[in-house]
Design a protein. Sequence first.
Lengths: 283, 181
Amino acid sequence: MSADARFLAAEPGCHLFPGEGEAGCGFEAPSVGMFSPEPWLGGIPGSDGIDLYLVLLLVALGASLLLWSWFSKKLNLVPGRRQGVGEMFVLFIRDQITRPTMGAKGDKFIPLMTAIFTLILFMNVSGLIPGMLPVNSDLSFPAMFALFIFVLTLVVGMRQQGGWGYIRNQIFPPGMPKPIYILVTPIEALSVFLIRPLTHALRLFATMFAGSLLLAVFAYGGWYMLSLGAEPALAGLSVLFSGAALIGYLLFFLFEILIMLVQAFIFTLLASLYLNGSLESAH
Amino acid sequence: MLVELAAETNILRIDWVKFTFGLIALAVVYFFVARKAVPKVMKVLDERHDAIEGGIERAQRAETEAEEIRQQYREKLEEAHREYAQELEKAKEQRAAIIAEAREEAQVEARRIVEAAQAQIEADRQQAFVQLRNEIGSLSTDLAGRIVGETLEDSAAQNRVVDRFLEELEQNESTEQAEVR
């Protein structure tokens, strides 16, 4: 099974009801292979090489830069529509993400959270382009974000509370009876230093991965069931089938937009929440 | 082939090239957003906040100023009313004083005129009385002389007669007056 396996189902001759003189073939559902596009430049040791993901990353990067240069040009005291939306965006990051988790002292992280939210959003939304994939459906990218946040929480925490002070505050939550620590400390240590960064990355990856797989199933299935070459009765039936698949595709497309927004928001919110543990001495 | 397949379909692999490029992308977006976009937007938000706050402050200042001016105006108005009332009072007093003075002067003048008139009348009466007496004297003498046919040359005697005559007359007169009363 190669990366091109996903295109087999979409080959013109292969439909649910074979026409005259055509050989019937089974439906090959899109597999995880669709997340390994053929690299255009391979041969890099330990890597898949340069493929569609990096191109889409570049697009997302360009879109993020364009959006923010558009939002921040010619700002007036009396805002126009464009400026109003840009300001709402920044205020949204402040009032919905950094302020509720970190309070006013987290205001210095507004630019970082804005950058992370914007970039992740565009890296998710790239999956809405037909035939493309969400950039975050490759674990490398969510892992990069999560690891970056994890390292940042360590650095900020150790700067604010001292090296041991930060670790102590994390694994010995204050205000508990001593024997409880036997139970709590291993759990907290595991949670803060292992499970948190892992789930942080996996949550974003898994939703993008599953979402685009689901959309692909609807798209390929719909195309597979559309058998216009078959005899009229069966062709009519096939149109009904693929019509149902199209409706399902559109519904999940809308749902996917929501999930992409929500996941970008949740990732940023959690990043802000983890950073708060580094800013505060006790949580 | 199997190894290749496993490598290709391992969805949990982390590709260092993608990882690195992702990190670079994040860095680029972060530096752009943190250096240019967010500070500019925040600055404008702060400026607007200041402008609105300043506007409210200016309005409040103008309001207090207006209130002050209104107060001053009211005080001035009250003062003017008070002054007017005082002036009116003073004018009334002055008027009364002038009237009283004028009246007094008029009374004095009237009295003076009356007195002068009375004195004049008295003088005239005296004069008339004296003249009358003289004329009556000479008339009586003339009359008496003509009646008697002789002229009383002796003026002393003449005077005596006349005086006696007049005294008698006066006496008669006063008795008559007494009787009338």
